[in-house]
Design a protein around this ligand. Structure first.
Ligand SMILES: [Zn+2]
Length: 247
């Protein structure tokens, strides 16, 4: 099955899987094509399909910005880095996961191998395995405040220790990863079971929303991607301070 390819703006495309409405993004920037997260397939096929539908080649991709190591966001990073030669960026706490230094041995590793890489199992497969299914060596270990390919790195710990959001300042587009989700028109946190520090996640989300941006591209979004009008609604939603956890 192919992922959904959803237009966000002229320069931003959302690659979405129905499982948890997980979103990765392809952005054409002045510095070339940049991916934020890498789809749910460890062969990279989610994003490769998106690139083809946009008339782009893998070699057009200059950078892969990883928000966090969870397999529903990072599965394709290794294959896509290999296919494109792109740089791969993440924060220091996420790097051992991407390299698979953290991979589970024993029963958990065996269980992870046994779980199929389809639909809602993809996240569980990575969590059991303690790492994304395919290793990738980050070329750029970034930290809060750094700029890479025109994106400002914003540390947003909580959902994972090294979770990062990326703000493309020239376009005013905030790629939030799992620092927030938007489901059924409501702001949500990710589920407690996959968010070790919910208090930190909440603080990160509030601080993230204090940034200046025109557009938010969340890691999970239903219905379709946000457009610039939706971004205005964000401030109203934020003001309610009622943000249930997903699940
Ligand atoms: Zn996640």
């Amino acid at each position: 099955m192919k992922p959904e390819i959803l237009r966000v703006t002229d320069t931003i495309t959302c690659v979405r899987r129905p499982s948890y409405f997980t979103c990765s993004y392809v952005m054409r920037t002045g510095d070339g094509v940049v991916l934020v997260d890498a789809g749910m397939k460890s062969d990279g096929s989610d994003v490769l399909f998106a690139l083809e539908s946009l008339g782009l080649a893998p070699a057009d991709v200059r950078a892969i910005l990883v928000t966090h190591w969870h397999n529903d966001h990072a599965a394709g990073a290794g294959a896509l880095a290999e296919a494109s030669g792109a740089r791969v960026a993440c924060t220091a706490p996420e790097a051992p996961y991407l390299r698979r230094d953290t991979a589970s041995g024993g029963v958990l590793g065996w269980l992870s191998d046994a779980v199929p890489e389809v639909g809602p199992f993809v996240l569980a497969k990575g969590l059991l395995g303690g790492a994304p299914m395919r290793a990738v060596a980050p070329t750029d270990v970034v930290a809060d405040g750094d700029t890479i390919f025109g994106f400002r790195v914003i540390a947003t710990p909580g959902h994972t220790e090294g979770h990062a959001a990326y703000l493309h300042e020239a376009e005013g587009a905030l790629f939030a990863g799992d620092a927030l989700a938007m489901i059924d028109g409501k702001l949500r946190f990710m589920a407690r079971a996959v968010t070790p520090d919910l208090d930190a996640a909440r603080t990160s989300m509030v601080q993230l929303m204090d940034r200046s941006f025109d557009l938010v591209c969340p890691g999970h979004r239903e219905p379709g991607p946000l457009d610039r009008e939706d971004a205005k609604r964000f401030s109203e939603l934020l003001a309610t301070r009622e943000w249930p956890a997903l699940g």
